[in-house]
Structures are given as C-alpha cells and as structure tokens.
Write a protein that binds this ligand. Structure first.
Ligand code: ADP
Ligand code: FBP
Length: 312
C-alpha cells in the first residue's frame, strides 16, 4: 500500500492552443478538467497500474466537492478532509509539441486544526503502508517542515517516506532523512543554489542532497530522462518520445512507476521512465494505463556519460 498526501490539491484545467501570445485573446481548441495535485496524480497512476494506493487530501468549497467527485469517478480510494478554504484551480496552456505553460494558484490557507486532522488521517492510513509520499507545494498556513515532521513520525514504524516538493519544504525535509526525494532539474538547481547544465552537475547536486539527509535521489530531467543516485551509486536512463502531447503530471507518473517497482535499482528506474514517457504521450494530466506503457523504448545507462550536456 502506498499512501499519498497532497496538502495543496487542485482542479487542473488544460487548454490546448496553437500558440501562446502574451496580451492577446487566444481561443482554445479544447479544454479539459482533471483532478490534480502531485500526490493525487501519483495515486491516479498507481491505480491505473493496479498498485494499491490511497490519496489523503484536504478539500473545500464547490471546487473541493468537484475534485472529490472526479477522483471517485476515476475509482480512487480517497480520504478527503473537509476544510473551510476553497480547493485551488490550476491552469495549463498546452501548445503543440508538449510545451506547457502552467499557472498554479497558491491554494487556500489550512488552519492549525485542519492540518492536525490531515495528520491524524495520514497516521491512520499509514499503518501497514510500505510508503507514504508527501507531494507538491504547501498552501498558506502550512509550516515548511511539514514533510520533515511526516518523516520523523513515520520512520520509527518502519514506513518509508518519499518527498516530491520544492523550495523550503524540500530543504526542510532533507534534514529529517527522507528515504527518497524526486526533484526535477529546476528544483534540484534551486536546492543546491547552482545551475545544473551537465549530467555531472546533476550527480554532484544529488550527492549534496544525500549528504544533507536524503537516502535516495531520483532526479527527473524532462526529455533527458532521469538519474538515480542512491547507496548503490549512479544510474541514468531515458525513454524517447517522438510526439510529446503533455508533460503535466509526467513527474508524478515517473515517481509512481518508481515506487510501484520497489524504488531501487535499474528495474525501478526503467519502470519509472516507462511510466513517465507514457504520461507524456497522453493529453493533459491523463495517467497511463497498462497498455500505454512501453518498456521497449527505455534505455538504462549503468555508466552514464557525465560530460553529457542536458538538452531540456
Ligand atoms: N519530452 C519528453 N520526452 C520523453 N520523456 C519525457 C519528456 N518530458 C518528460 N518526460 C518524462 O517524464 C519525467 C518527468 O518529467 P519532468 O519534466 O522532469 O518532471 P516534472 O513533471 O516533475 O517537472 C522525465 O523524467 C521523463 O521520464
Ligand atoms: O503543488 P504544485 O507544485 O503547485 O503543483 C501542482 C500541479 O502539479 C501537478 O501535479 C502536475 O505535476 P508535474 O507536471 O510537475 O508532474 C498538477 O496536477 C498540479 O496542478
């Protein structure tokens, strides 16, 4: 069982346009509404891969009701904690070729009592779980060390914790020794305070995160694939996609694939890349189902070329 915690879930509206031009009226070709938020997407991807998962989410207002309905309609197991603020809506403007411009709201404030209730539900759901994944940005009112608190609370029970976040929440989590962190290239660069232009920079930065407390670091690199730095060393890989449709949620699918395959070694990295690539071939934040996943396109590099310049 994998429990996901999304403190700042969203209704994700995706509009397809021919080209995005600032200051213009742009008529969208299509619009689509999906349930969203990083942990929510991880649970959606796990469900599609038939891996047991439960999503814990605060929900509020009509937007929160809609989010809950969408999740239940997809067949998710959801533990929804009612809150006073309204669940946010995020907008993605998708251009041909998979170029996505994302506008993410800050989200509604969580009160101390609401956060305590979410923590209580997470603790109850985590009993017997293999992993708990704390994912996404933090809404106003939530302390930066919330994921660190999660790690400290669950580690004594032998429950492994993955953190997919950014900025201060990611930095604070490191100190509590998460079993896994999944930064993308920008989040990694921000965490170490220097750009990562080559694979060698990615590996050096991932090692820094390990030195600060993370056990394993899975760095997602868009079209450049992903790198895993853990106790066993460094492995990299990619899975080329010719006509990317949407990268929204690709990182979440990658993390889901990695956890589903045991979160260690080349097999888990390969599965993660297969799920990430499959998500990119689907529109909006649709999560891949089993027939969408192609393992034959994955290339794993046990001794990656560290001088390789990153394309994306
Ligand atoms: N253009 C692409 N072509 C192939 N795979 C991609 C592409 N963009 C993303 N991916 C896959 O999705 C994963 C997550 O994408 P990335 O953009 O790095 O993460 P995030 O969505 O968290 O920002 C990548 O590691 C890769 O496996
Ligand atoms: O919590 P954040 O960082 O604002 O991100 C939330 C957004 O990220 C998503 O989970 C997509 O994630 P990725 O594209 O980064 O994989 C959306 O569903 C959601 O709108």
């Amino acid at each position: 069982m994998i429990v996901t915690v999304t403190l700042n879930p969203s209704l994700d509206r995706t509009m397809e346009v021919d080209v995005l031009a600032r200051g213009q009226v742009i008529r969208a070709r299509s619009a689509r509404l999906d349930p969203g938020g990083k942990g929510v997407n991880v649970t959606r991807a796990l469900l599609a891969g038939r891996v047991p998962s439960v999503a814990v989410v605060p929900v509020g207002g009509p937007e929160g009701d809609r989010l809950r309905q969408l999740l239940l309609a997809e067949g998710l197991t959801v533990r929804a904690v009612p809150v006073a603020g309204h669940t946010r809506s995020n907008v993605t403007v998708a251009e041909p070729g998979g170029v996505a411009t994302k506008l993410n709201e800050p989200g509604a404030r969580l009160s101390h009592g609401e956060l305590a209730e979410v923590a209580r539900v997470v603790a109850a759901e985590s009993a017997g779980a293999g992993w708990v994944a704390g994912c996404g940005s933090l809404p106003p009112g939530v302390p930066d060390d919330i994921y660190a608190q999660l790690c400290r609370r669950l580690a004594p029970a032998g429950i492994r914790v993955a953190v997919d976040s950014s900025g201060p929440a990611l930095l604070a989590a490191l100190a509590a020794g998460p079993d896994l962190v999944k930064p993308n290239r920008e989040e990694l660069a921000e965490a170490v305070g220097s750009p990562v232009g080559r694979l060698a920079d990615v590996v050096a930065a991932a090692r820094q995160l390990r030195a600060r407390g993370a056990r394993s670091v899975l760095v997602s690199l868009g079209a450049d694939g992903a790198v895993l730095v853990d106790d066993d060393g460094v492995i990299a890989g990619d899975a080329p996609v010719e006509n990317p449709k949407s990268t929204v949620g690709a990182g979440d699918a990658l993390l889901a694939g990695f956890l589903a395959a045991g979160a260690r070694g080349p097999r888990a990295l390969a599965e993660a890349l297969a799920w990430g690539a499959a998500a990119v071939r689907l529109p909006a934040s649709r999560m891949p189902r089993r027939p969408d996943i192609r393992r034959d396109i994955v290339r794993i590099h046990a001794r990656p070329d560290l001088d390789q310049r990153l394309m994306t």
